[in-house]
Design a protein around this ligand. Sequence first.
Ligand code: NAD
Length: 291
Amino acid sequence: MAVKTVGVIGAGQMGNGIAHVMALAGYDVLLNDVSQDALDKAKSVIEKNLDRQASRGAISEDDVKAALARITTSLTLSDVGQTDLVIESATERESVKQAIFEDLLPSLKPDTILTSNTSSISITRLASRTDRPERFMGFHFMNPVPVMKLVELIRGIATDEATFNTCREVVERLGKTSASAEDFPAFIVNRILMPMINEAVYTLYEGVGSIESIDTSMKLGAAHPMGPLELADFIGLDTCLAIMNVLHDGLADTKYRPCPLLTKYVEAGWLGRKTQRGFYDYRGDTPVPTR
Ligand code: NAD
């Protein structure tokens, strides 16, 4: 099936990146959110990021104009039903995602492919509540979407080969590389990455090291481009906690127990960069550790 139009549900940090790369690759994009504020912010972030790519010479001014012209925004979910490929990228909460797919069903074209950018939730379970589990799969981008080269493609138990191949071709057209993952909690990248981040929070919680010494150790001692706590702030601490809970519940193993200090930060509403405070405080010129 040839994909021409892409519907992106959720215009947060991932949704705006997905709209950006899809439009740049020539797809017509309909970006949906429940919040007009989120849609306005997404449009301005996309414009800023495209301009930055143009100033580096990675793309031309004409590419920027053409990409922006391909993005339409809408607060009405049913508008998304007429697109060829839907990528749901709303808040990482299963009840939110289930409700979106349920509300979308009546307005869907028969052959629309449904996908979710979930970091951890069961693709098979999300698919089972729709009318097309064979045309449903995981389409998992990495953050920041315009920069990161990988997309994990996750087959639910019922996903058919044509759907998988169509999604793989879309990834190729984006100039990215796909890795195929089976549908088990948190798939590949987050199954490995999140326990490491959670362990870094335990290392802080138990007083083994400060925020700075933990991040410096992993940057200089393990050649990671970002420290684990810095990375957690970048991803969003609510998203990190949600993924740890999915690993803990889904694999029923205490080694995935979320660190109480991670829970505490989320309870405080200190969710990382997106709220200007997490393991670091971003309100000044340079980030300052919050413990
Ligand atoms: P975010 O909090 O930045 O954005 C979520 C957006 O969803 C918000 O704009 C919110 O208004 C919108 N939303 C909530 N309910 C909605 C609804 N019913 N209909 C339409 N929009 C709705 O979150 P994010 O970091 O962009 O994460 C989105 C998804 O991407 C999650 O499933 C997350 O697990 C996944 N993901 C995140 C990362 C990351 O590093 N943050 C990486 C890969 C995948």
